[in-house]
Design a protein around this ligand. Structure first.
Ligand code: FES
Length: 213
């Protein structure tokens, strides 16, 4: 089930968020649908980031800083992963955006990290996949074979119950039950619920960056 709701906000540009209702462990949850994921090979891997193999360390702090500073959490998820497969070409990362996988290789210079996020932001603004900018052109290749058909086919049917956003903690995107939520705040006539006091504090420091529609 997919929902798409709009709430009145002022100030910074509105961000549209959709949720999908899923069942797990016998319960219903709302999961925020994002435009993609950036998977960076960095954790307990065999090659990427291993200085003893001649690779520079993976600058995880820099990835996190860029991701946080650009407020991308509601749009593109960031994950540090184990081996992605093409070790020889590392350091490696895989971006999936607007349904398209984009493989990065040879990420052996910290200046490439902000360039990747600039590229992501440009594709979010354009609402389509764009050719890579010059500074990334030598760091992108096609690892996957092209799909056999270009038409997008949903893997499962979805149903729409017309709700969901009121349950989403806008900072961490967790599904929070308003009936049991311990932390909340009022924003533009709407009660926003949080899973933890840290999320509430982050929202209240900069509500327009986190407010979702
Ligand atoms: S260790 Fe990074 S792709 Fe294998």
């Amino acid at each position: 089930m997919t929902t798409n709701a709009s709430l009145p906000l002022v100030g910074k540009p509105r961000r549209t968020i959709k949720t999908t209702k899923v069942r797990a462990r016998g319960e219903d949850f709302r999961i925020v649908q994002v435009h993609g994921s950036l998977l960076v090979c960095a954790v307990e891997n065999c090659c990427c980031g291993h200085t003893d193999k001649g690779r520079p360390p993976v600058p995880m702090d820099l990835y996190n800083r860029e991701w946080n500073a650009r407020r991308l959490a509601n749009h593109v998820h960031l994950t540090f992963t184990g081996c992605l497969g093409p070790c020889a070409a590392g350091n490696n990362a895989l971006l999936v955006i607007h349904g398209r996988p984009i493989w990065f290789k040879d990420l052996n210079d910290d200046s490439l990290v902000p360039a990747i996020f600039d590229y992501i932001e440009a594709m979010l603004a354009a609402e389509r996949v764009l050719p890579p900018p010059p500074e990334l052109r030598d760091h992108i290749y096609d690892r996957f074979l092209p799909p056999p058909a270009s038409d997008y086919v949903p893997l499962v049917a979805s149903e729409d119950d017309g709700g969901g956003l009121e349950r989403i903690d806008p900072v961490c995107l967790m599904d929070v039950d308003p009936k049991t939520a311990k932390w909340s705040t009022e924003y533009h006539g709407r009660t926003i619920y949080f899973c933890a006091p840290a999320c509430k504090r982050a929202f209240e420091r900069d509500p327009e960056s986190y407010a979702i529609t």
